[in-house]
Each structure stands twice: as C-alpha cells, then as structure tokens.
Ligand binder design. Sequence first.
Ligand SMILES: Nc1ncnc2c1ncn2[C@@H]1O[C@H](COP(=O)(O)OP(=O)(O)O)[C@@H](O)[C@H]1O
Ligand SMILES: [Mg+2]
Length: 239
Amino acid sequence: MAILEASHLVKRFGAVTAVRDLSLTVREGEVVGLLGPNGAGKSTTLHMLLGLITPDAGGIELFGLELARHRTEALSQVNFAASYVDLPGVLRVHEVLDVFARLYALRRPRERVAEVIELFELGAIARRRVLGLSSGQRTRVQLAKALLNAPRLLVLDEPTANLDPDAGDRIRGLLSRLARENGSAMLITSHNMREVERMCDRIHFMADGLVVATGSAEELAGRYEAEDLEEVFLKVARG
Ligand SMILES: Nc1ncnc2c1ncn2[C@@H]1O[C@H](COP(=O)(O)OP(=O)(O)O)[C@@H](O)[C@H]1O
Ligand SMILES: [Mg+2]
C-alpha cells in the first residue's frame, strides 16, 4: 500500500520552476531514495510533502489522507531530519528532546525521550549543550528528535552530509536497523551513491524538477547500461 502518493506537483519560485510535474510514491515500510543533481528540486519536493511549503499545483496524500485538508492528522505520523536544520544550541540534548516530545503532545514524553536517548546512544552527551557537539553527535540528536513520535514515514534530507566515513557508516547502520525493526518507511536524499545502494529499496531519480527514472539500484543500472548507481547518476545528470 502506498503511504505517500504525490501526483503532478508543481512549485515555482518567481521565474524559477523548481518542481515541474513530479509524481512519486512511498509504500509502507519501504526505504526510498530521492536522487538528483544539485538544484534538481529534491529539497523543494520534500518541503511540499512535509507541508512546509504549498505546491502551486498537484496533490499529496499521506496514509490515504489529503494533506491540504487533513494536515494535522497526516503530519502527526511523519517526521523530518536534515543536515541544514539547526537545533537550539543553548539547550542541552535532553532538553531539546523534551521540548519536541511536548510539542508533539506525546502521551508519555519522559519515557519516550529516555527510549530515543538509548536508541541513539546519547546517554553520555544527554546533559551537554547542542552548541558544542560534533556533526556526528548532532546528527544523532536530529534523528532521535525525528523518531520521538514513532513516525510511519521518516523524511531525511541528506542525513549523512557533513559526516566523516565512520560517523556516516554508524548513522546508516542505525537507519537500516530502524527500517527493519520499526518498519518505518523512509524517504531519503543523498549524494552518497554507495549509501543509497545499501539502504534504498527503490529510487526516484530527479532531474530538472521531474522524476526521470524509478527503480531499484540494479534495475536502474540495467536500464542505463551502467556498472553502478554512480554511473547511472552521471548518465542521468549529463542527459
Ligand atoms: N525559497 C526559494 N526561493 C527561490 N528559489 C528557490 C527556493 N528554494 C529553492 N529554489 C530553487 O529551486 C531549485 C531547486 O532547489 P532545491 O529543491 O533546493 O534542489 P535540490 O535539493 O535538489 O538541490 C533551485 O534552482 C533553487 O535555486
Ligand atoms: Mg537539497
């Protein structure tokens, strides 16, 4: 079953058409990659799916609910993390999580905060201020925040950008485990093709505001007569 269905989305910023006719789906429990060169429209697409910006045309259904009409209900089962979103730096890690747990109106906020601290191995830094954390630690806090409401759909915009190979690998391991154990569906953007090959069941390839190809990494490699996803990317990006 599709838990996310976007059809014919369009988004313009003045003279720039960032997304021109975009359709994509994410099914229950599926890890989907959204790939494409810088400026292809990936972040704009994610922001529309999250209700952060309003499409100029097209429709979005989350869990069978039309986003425009059932915003609160639909978004209560979604969460988001991105390399470019800043957490309040003066707060301590446990305070950040506590604030979001309350914003989400969780029934047992304290217990849930303790759970995500455990899950993302944040115990040792729970009392530290966000400001002084390393990129890897901040990413783990971001992901912990994004898991608080146990979302059925987790949207991640370049979650491993800014991370060294070791920290990136740890995050990938955690995300794969989450997908397996919690069955959360994920929609992920990344420029790390090995990461996408390893994590994603299916890929939507974007160029110039459109999805130009959809399939598993192997299917896409076959279709583009490429060795791997990296070569597919180069072929798609260079037209
Ligand atoms: N708020 C905005 N105002 C004006 N132009 C924007 C805005 N957001 C994105 N764009 C433009 O839309 C296009 C797609 O951007 P984006 O969705 O960020 O691409 P990606 O995430 O794939 O790199 C780019 O040309 C970008 O400059
Ligand atoms: Mg982007």
